[in-house]
Structures are given as C-alpha cells and as structure tokens.
Write a protein that binds this ligand. Structure first.
Ligand code: ADP
Ligand code: MG
Length: 489
C-alpha cells in the first residue's frame, strides 16, 4: 500500500510515533484513596496527597500496577521486574506539587508490539517502546469567571498509562488503525475504557517527513488529540505543512504544537522541551517497585482471548475472511454476539451468513437507533432463529429482511412474525407455476426477446415475486421460468 504524499518536488514519506495516555480503570487514584468517577462536582474527589499538602506521603495503588502489567502482557511486552518512580518537575497551576510522579529510566513495561489490521486483510507490526505509570494533572477551568481561572483537582493524581510507540507508522490512516486497535485491546483487558470524549484516552502525535530512503527528519509533536478523526486530520495537515516548508527552502524546527480543528491547522505552542528541562530524579518517597514472578504469571493466566487471537480463531473455525473479522472482534461484545448467532440452541449455522447479518443488517439498525450492541433489541439467539428459517426454506432471504426489520422494531421472534403475517415461502410448485404462466401471458413482447436477451429472465422473476408478495421460493421461480421461456420463445 503506497501512502506517500506528492509534493511540488517529488514524493514524501510521513513518519509517525504516538504517545498515548490511557486512564487506568480503578476506583481510586494512583497514590491516594480519592475516587476517580467522571463528572463529579469540582474538588470533591481530592485527598491531601492530590492537593500536595506538605508532608503527605504517596502509597502505590496495587490495582493500578496490576492494570499496567496486564496491559503490558496484552501488548506482548517485557514486564520489568523492577521499575522506579521519578519526579518530573514543572510548574503549572493545576499541578500543586510542582512535579508529576512518573517513570523515566526504568518504566514498568518495556518493548512490545501491536498488530495493525489493514483494510485489505493484510497485517503490519508496530513496535511499542515502553509503557509507564504516571499521575494525571488537575484541570484549569477558564470559562467559569470572566477574569479568573479556577482549578479542579478531581483529576489530579488519577493513574495513567503512557504507551509510547516506535516511529513505525507511515500514514494518517495507519495512525488511526493503531489508535483503534490499542483502544480495542485496552477495552478487552478492562484496563482503560477508551472513552476519548471523556478524555480517558488522549494522543500526542510525533510527525516528521522525509524523502524515501533518507534518515528520519526532525519531528514536531502535536499535543492532546482526543478523537481518532483529529489524530488523522492533525497528522495530515502537519505533514503537508512540513513538506511545504522544506520545499520552500526552510527547515522543520522541533516543536510542540496544538491542532486547531476548526481551522484545520497546527500552531506552535512551545519549542520542544527536553528531558533535562524536567530535572527528573527518583522520587525519594517511593521505593523501587519490585514485581513477583508468580504474581505476573497469575495475571497472564487471567488474560482474556484478545482481538488477534480471536481473529485467527474466527478465520480458522468459521472460515471468515480476515477483513470481515476485524469489525467482529473490535469489541468483545460484538464478537460474543456473533458467536451466539453462529452457534446457539444446539445449532451450528452458516457462519458467513451470521457474520454478514451482524455486520450489515444489525449494525445498520443499531446505528439508526444510536444504540450499542449491548442494547440490541433482539438477542443473538433470536437472530439465529431467523437464519434457521432461511436455511430450512420457510422464508426467502428477501422476506427475511422485512421480518428482521419488524424484529428490530418490536423484539418479537421471527417465527411469530412469519405466522402472523403469513410470510411462509410458497414452495408449492402448482401455485408458483400459475403465477409464472400469468406473468408470461401478460408480457408476450418480453417473452419474444428471451433468446436475444436472456436478461429478461430477471424482469420475469421480478414480476412473479411481485405477484406472490415476495413469498415464492426464488430457486423454484427461476427454474420454472427458464424452462417455460425456452419452450415459448
Ligand atoms: P521525547 O521523550 O522527547 O518525547 P521520545 O524519544 O520518547 O522523545 O519519542 C517520543 C515519540 O516520538 C515516540 O513515539 C517516537 O516513536 C516518536 N519519534 C521519535 N523520532 C521521530 C521522528 N523522527 N519522526 C516521528 N516520530 C518520532
Ligand atoms: Mg514525549
């Protein structure tokens, strides 16, 4: 797949590395017992530790450590048996301590990898550099008062996992696929809810450009993107800005930039800060974090089947195409729904048909209703029973669409709808033959065309289906029509 950008002076390759901040699912904060629930009244979930009162000591939240290790395992990464918390010093009104507790030289998780599922069914591997634990900052509220800024510390001290990728991504599209896949894995693991609107998952995008074969160019970092769409748009416009700059004889300056989605441009925020600007040093209040081998293995044993393994199994077990499988495995609830459509009530159904009904019809209906699959108005067993009615010839595929629409509206079983509305397929040859004869008699001109133009068969199928209210068995209709058209033309 070529993803090069055409400039004025030739083709350019975009190079992207992502730093993703994922809020850990945990009841309390990383180093305090204060609650983490979203949307509470400002400053109601703040302990003296989060507010940085003098003399307060942080205590590590064991559950947050567990979540980070699980995530590391889910990314096929090295789990560091010993890691160290460091203070990252900077002044900001919503950071009362004047430093953030983070990890620097020795993060809890080292190298791992993530597989991108490309739209054509192929895959590509992206390196994960590290995952470290850190605290979130508070929030400055600029819109509460005309001349003053308020500070809400509810978010201060909440545990985050910063997940850093290698500069392995080569297009905005790949970056979008990366973020979606990472979110999917986090949600499977139950370590982050992936809710980008609420800020549980935010991305910093590092972007540079180069001509093919050249060494890596100077990068800019675009901060705090909170949707997949913005990640992709920001990369696109930033890459074009850099290409135009270089082609006009300029040079990219390493910077931290902000994306303005309304104007569709990135703007400088500050020149790039360097690690030494933060005066990192090991936090003297916290001992090195040492993990027990057996404890790590116990966590590994609890991991659920993750999207890649599920995808491989769906392809092998159900004969699905990899590119159809991606949508099914993206969310655990969807995968489970599909499997129950394909197999339930002691029946093993046509898995491809099951997949298409879920991805196509069900997703379409849910989208229209603005619901997720957890709120689907019909159970997978009900959808499976509809498939059974098609498979045993009770209804045609055409009629099944109408039955499905009514099931979605009312939640009533397929069989009940078919009985109530008299939708059983006509497989009675005599009745169908009568309809076929009537159609042929009514359109002698089209009958005469059949030899020269076999496509009129489709016209007659349409006529017969119309006359029978869509209930005639399509295979029988085709067979009878062909026979009679050959005879009479
Ligand atoms: P820092 O600590 O200064 O932010 P890192 O070396 O940790 O720098 O890199 C941060 C991110 O930038 C990583 O995701 C990495 O993949 C990415 N990156 C590094 N070099 C480049 C480059 N030349 N172009 C694009 N991304 C890059
Ligand atoms: Mg960085």
């Amino acid at each position: 797949m070529s993803s090069l950008i055409e400039g004025r002076t030739g083709k350019w390759e975009v190079v992207i590395g992502l730093e993703t901040h994922a809020q850990i699912i945990a009841k309390s904060k990383l180093f305090s017992g204060a609650a983490t629930a979203f949307g509470a009244e400002p400053n109601t979930q703040v302990s003296p530790i989060d507010a940085a009162f003098p003399g307060m000591l942080p205590v590590i939240n064991r559950h947050c450590v567990e979540q980070a290790v699980k995530t590391g395992l889910g990314l096929d990464a090295e789990i560091n048996r010993e890691s160290v918390f460091a203070r990252k010093n900077y002044f900001y009104p919503d950071l009362p301590a004047g430093y953030q507790i983070s990890q620097y030289e020795l993060p809890i998780v080292g190298r791992g990898k993530l597989t991108l599922d490309m739209p054509d069914g192929s895959t590509r591997e992206v390196g994960i550099t590290r995952l470290h634990l850190e605290q979130d900052a508070g929030k400055s509220l600029h819109d509460q008062h005309p001349t003053q800024t308020y500070v809400d510390l509810n978010r201060a001290g909440i545990g985050l996992m910063e997940i850093v990728s290698e500069p392995d991504l080569r297009s905005a599209e790949e970056a979008g696929i990366y973020v979606r896949k990472l979110r999917s894995i986090l949600r499977y693991l139950g370590t982050c809810d992936g809710n980008m609107e609420e800020g549980s998952l935010r991305c910093d995008c590092n972007v540079s450009v180069r001509r093919l074969g050249e060494p890596l160019g100077t990068r800019c970092e675009i901060k705090n993107l909170n949707s997949v769409r913005f990640v992709m748009q920001a990369i696109e416009v930033e890459a074009r800005r850099q290409i135009e700059l270089i082609e006009a004889g300029g040079a990219v300056e390493q910077q931290t930039r902000l994306f303005d989605s309304a104007r569709g441009e990135t703007r400088p925020m500050r020149s790039k800060e360097h690690a030494h600007d933060y005066r990192y040093f090991p936090d003297p209040d916290l001992l090195p974090l040492v993990l027990d081998e057996a404890w790590i293995e116990a966590l590994r044993a609890q991991l659920p089947e993750l999207p890649d393994a599920k995808k491989a199994r769906f392809v092998a077990e159900y004969g699905l195409r990899p590119e159809d499988t991606d949508v099914l495995v993206a969310e655990r609830a969807t995968a489970e729904y599909f499997e129950r459509v394909a197999r339930s009530n002691g029946k093993s159904r046509d898995a491809k048909a099951a997949a298409y009904w879920v991805i196509g019809d069900l997703f379409g209906a849910l989208n229209k209703q603005g619901r997720g699959i957890e709120e689907a108005p019909i159970t997978p067993e009900q959808l499976g029973a509809l498939l059974d009615l098609i498979a045993d010839g009770t209804i045609s595929g055409r009629i099944a669409k109408d039955v499905f629409a009514e099931m979605i509206e009312t939640g009533i079983d397929a069989a009940a709808i078919v009985e109530k509305k008299g939708l059983r397929q006509m497989s009675d040859t005599g009745a169908i033959e009568a309809a076929v004869d009537a159609a042929l008699a009514a359109h002698p001109a089209q009958v005469a065309q059949y030899h020269a133009n076999p496509k009129v068969l489709g016209f007659f199928v349409g006529q017969v289906m119309k006359a029978t209210g869509g209930k005639a068995n399509p295979a029988l209709v085709n067979e009878l029509l062909k026979r009679k058209l050959v005879q009479s033309s």
